[in-house]
Write a protein that binds this ligand. Structure first.
Ligand SMILES: Cc1ncc(COP(=O)(O)O)c(C=O)c1O
Length: 445
């Protein structure tokens, strides 16, 4: 146990303050099965957030395990320059079966942030190659696209990105389509995507300088699962078309049926010029991402070695065959399970269960899309005021729920659920009843 403590002290954890690490040391997880993970004392936790939204088919899926094992015994890796592997090729076939519209050229990388960096570089290099001086990006206020510098420059969560905006390049930001606290004072009945007038304003004034617009389609995840209507997404596309702006849909979190459609852009019937995918791609097994572009974008990168048109980008593990094997098996399972169509009734049960939290006076702003559910913790529903920050109510609710064996995490004042698609009705009921108990105990006792 002592050496475990020492080893723990050697580690630096993401998004974790050191005092919390001391007061709430992480559970030592030894194994997983379905929606559950188990710690070294045998305690079982229902993973209600799919381990940061990646575990779409549950932990330790026997078929994905077998696919990974098979691949490891054949080949662990070979660079994807001058070489390619069967799994990387098969994955391109499987992706092409589900990709919308003319999205056709696939560039593999390792994680969501790199898929965004690549999308941004593609947009910039495309502009340069076509003789344009457009060098900036516009993105949605409060958006999140990852933690590398390029991705942060288009990130709008000031507590994460503010410092870096000061030090590095800052891009342009629209209002956030935050329906619970609508920035232009509309509600569901009166909404006409008016928040995106802020996009038009930016494009009118700076359109000639803007290479691309990047956005999380239908739901801004990390800023608190801000689910917004399709009309907003459609307006983004209409404006980008009007002003000749490349669209980059960051489907890193929303892709692979999380919102009830295979890709969230489908809710608005739109196809981006560039799409970023990651998280669910390998079923949560291995880091892998892809940036996918339309042929008309790729064409600009074609030429001979004297023309220097190729994309100046690569990662050591680009196209890793073990990750690709996990991704192939994940996509086969999704297909066999007829996902997303077959998720409809689960999503409806999930929606009703999440909305039952409404019985608690301190819960407001409940929203769901597909298998994403979120709600706000408020001290007063009328004013929508949050509890004072020093009380750390959402954080303490999550800690209490964890004690009771359900993993949820706060995002500011928001708590959310993003479970695996194999979650049962009974497990959803447990997830909700434990959350209710935790809320009652922290807020009312
Ligand atoms: C929409 C979106 N884009 C990009 C990222 C970054 O992905 P990664 O953490 O794999 O770098 C995330 C991560 O949560 C995300 O939600």
């Amino acid at each position: 146990m002592n050496s475990c403590r020492q080893n723990l002290d050697r580690l630096w954890f993401p998004f974790t303050c050191s005092e919390d690490l001391r007061n709430f040391p992480p559970a030592l997880i030894e194994r997983g099965e379905g929606v559950y993970v188990y710690d070294n004392n045998g305690k079982r936790y229902l993973d209600a957030i799919g381990s940061w939204w990646v575990s779409i088919l549950g932990h330790c899926h026997p078929r994905i395990n077998a696919a990974v094992k098979r691949q490891v015994d054949r080949l662990e890796h070979v660079m994807m320059a001058g070489f390619v592997t069967g799994p990387a090729l098969d994955l391109s076939q499987k992706l092409s079966e589900i990709l919308p519209g003319e999205l056709s050229k696939i560039f593999y990388s390792d994680n969501g942030s790199t898929s965004v960096e690549i999308a941004m570089k593609i947009a910039l290099q495309f502009r340069a190659a076509t003789g344009s001086r457009r060098r900036f990006f516009v993105s949605l206020g409060s958006g999140y696209h990852g933690d590398t510098l390029g991705a942060m420059s288009v990130g709008g969560i000031m507590s994460y990105h503010g410092l870096f905006h000061e030090l590095f390049k800052k891009q342009l930001f629209t209002l956030s389509p935050y329906c619970y606290r609508c920035p232009v004072g509309k509600d569901a009945e009166t909404c006409n995507a008016d928040c995106m007038d802020s996009l038009e304003e930016i494009l009118k004034n700076h359109g000639d300088d803007i290479a691309a617009c990047i956005f999380e389609p239908m739901v801004q995840g990390a800023c608190g699962m801000r689910i917004y209507p399709a009309v907003v997404l459609r307006k983004i596309f209409t404006l980008c078309e009007k002003y000749g702006i490349i669209t980059i849909a960051d489907e890193v979190a929303a892709g692979f049926a999380r919102t009830g459609r295979m890709f969230a852009c489908e809710h608005a019937g739109v196809v981006p010029d560039i799409m970023c995918i990651a998280k669910g791609l390998t079923g949560g097994y291995l880091p892998m991402a892809a940036t996918i572009v339309k042929e008309k974008i790729y064409e600009v990168f074609c030429g001979n070695h004297l023309q220097n048109r190729e994309l100046a980008h690569g990662h050591t593990f680009t196209g890793n065959p073990v990750a690709a094997a996990a991704a192939c098996e994940t996509l086969s399972i999704l297909k066999e399970m007829r996902i997303p169509a077959s998720l409809e009734s689960l999503a409806e049960f999930f929606r009703k269960a999440v909305f039952s939290l409404n019985e608690l006076e301190c819960v407001d702003g409940i929203r769901t899309i597909g298998t994403i559910g979120a709600f706000e913790i408020v001290s007063d529903r009328k004013t929508k005021a949050a509890f004072s920050e020093d009380k750390r109510i959402p954080f303490r609710i999550a800690v209490r729920a964890l004690d009771k064996g359900v993993i949820i995490r706060p995002l500011g004042n928001v708590l959310y659920f993003v479970p695996a698609y194999i979650i049962t009705h009974e497990q959803i009921e447990t997830m909700i009843s434990v959350t209710k108990e935790a809320i009652k105990e922290i807020v009312y006792e």
